[in-house]
Design a binder for this molecule. Structure first.
Ligand code: GMT
Length: 381
């Protein structure tokens, strides 16, 4: 069994969710997992004897206008690797985890200890650089000096080659889902009746309400669906765009049919009562929220950007449209919700596609990569 350190963001972002679920799944198989981050990962949940959480405490020394998180993170990586005898460090999201891991590796090497590290690229750590080149030199260097690099979709892999001077192999290991946890478990007629008492369709969107998610498009698509079919919209999550979204609902006079549920730690209950999931993002390297919906048998209407076409298959698990084409998205919604047969067909397609990303399939791919990287380290590679 391996001893693995996992560094990630502990928040509601997809990279933290994937890192946490990966750690939990590895721990369930007997590996020893050490989470290294600044607060408890939101999906960590209950006690497991194979999981330890190491908090990175940021100083509040008044000299620092900007607290040097990367340095305390690096020191914590060195400390955990030394005293917990880590075989490997797996960092999720390049900024700043990959460069911190590189520095930790160097410090440990100066103490005659080897610590290989794997960097998993998630999306905005790569695509953000298109807009903010100030990160580029550090990210390029840290990617090129990781012992292995994975990307969550082929699209993200190609974006990495496009944006950076990267000259190494990148393994594509897609995000995954525990389908047994999602599938139909959350179905509750009682809950459904609370939000859709007259049998309306339930349309759902889940995100961190950042600009990239284009939540206003969700509202526009919903308003068009509602013109033809009785429907309710459930919005899960919170973030900078929420105020604008609420205002748009007021302007369109559809507030009575829209419910903002805010942040939820687990989404399967809401997805369990949903008929359709909307993800009209400007960009999405993978679209974990879409996969979670599909695992509950909920068809997805998404944009065709980034890695979304690798997850949501047009005409099978849902439909794809160009970014901003709310008319096409509404048309697709009408097609899916047209009648019980059509909805049932898309529900089955969503479930079938989600199963191809089951944790049982993806976990061994990560384990094989860990073994390879640890083996290369032992050979002095
Ligand atoms: O953009 C977010 O919602 C957060 C971000 C993250 O890293 O926390 O999500 C990215 O990683 C997820 C997990 O791999 C992917 O499912 C999301 O598609 C990706 N977001 C973007 O590319 C915008």
């Amino acid at each position: 069994m391996m001893k693995i350190g996992i560094a990630c963001y502990p928040t509601f972002g997809g990279s933290g969710v994937v890192a946490t679920e990966l750690g939990k799944a590895l721990a369930a198989k007997g590996h020893h997992i050490h989470f290294i981050t600044y607060s408890e990962p939101v999906r960590l949940g209950t006690f497991s004897r194979n999981i330890t959480y190491h908090e990175v405490r940021v100083s509040d020394y008044p000299l620092f206008d900007y607290q040097p998180y990367e340095l305390v993170l690096t020191s914590k990586m060195v400390d955990v690797a030394t005293y917990e005898h880590l075989d490997l460090l797996h960092v999720h999201y390049a900024i700043p985890h990959a460069s911190a891991a590189f520095m930790a590796q160097k410090i440990l090497r100066s103490r005659n200890r080897e610590l290989p590290f794997i960097t998993t690229l998630h999306g905005t750590d790569i695509t953000l650089v298109g807009k903010d080149p100030s990160f580029e030199p550090v990210i390029t260097f840290a990617i090129n000096h990781s012992n292995a690099v994975t990307a969550v979709s082929d699209s993200l892999k190609q974006d990495t080659y496009r944006h950076f001077g990267v000259n190494r192999d990148i393994d594509v290991i897609p995000n995954f889902i525990d389908t047994s946890r999602y599938t139909l478990n959350g179905r509750s007629e009682k809950l459904r009746n609370i939000y859709a008492p007259d049998g309306e369709f339930i349309i759902t969107h889940i995100s961190n309400f950042r600009k990239v998610k284009r939540v206003e498009d969700v509202v526009h698509v919903f308003a068009k669906i509602r013109q033809k079919k009785p429907a309710k919209l459930l919005l899960v999550g919170d973030g900078p765009e929420r105020v604008r979204t609420e205002q748009l609902c007021r302007d369109l006079k559809i507030c009575a049919d829209v419910k903002h549920l805010g942040k939820l730690k687990s989404t399967e209950e809401v997805l369990g009562i949903s008929d359709l999931f909307l993800l009209p993002s400007e960009f999405e390297s993978f679209g974990l929220a879409a996969l979670e919906a599909m695992a509950c048998g909920v068809p997805v209407i998404s944009t065709n950007t980034g890695g979304l076409p690798e997850v949501n298959i047009h005409g099978v698990s849902g439909c794809l449209a160009d970014v901003g084409d709310v008319d096409a998205m509404a048309e697709h919604a009408h097609r899916i919700l047209k009648n019980a047969d059509s909805l049932a067909k898309f529900r089955a397609g969503a479930l079938q596609m989600a199963r191809t990303f089951d944790v049982e399939r993806v976990l061994p791919v990560y384990e094989a990569l860990y073994e390879r990287v640890i083996g290369e380290g032992a050979e002095g590679g």
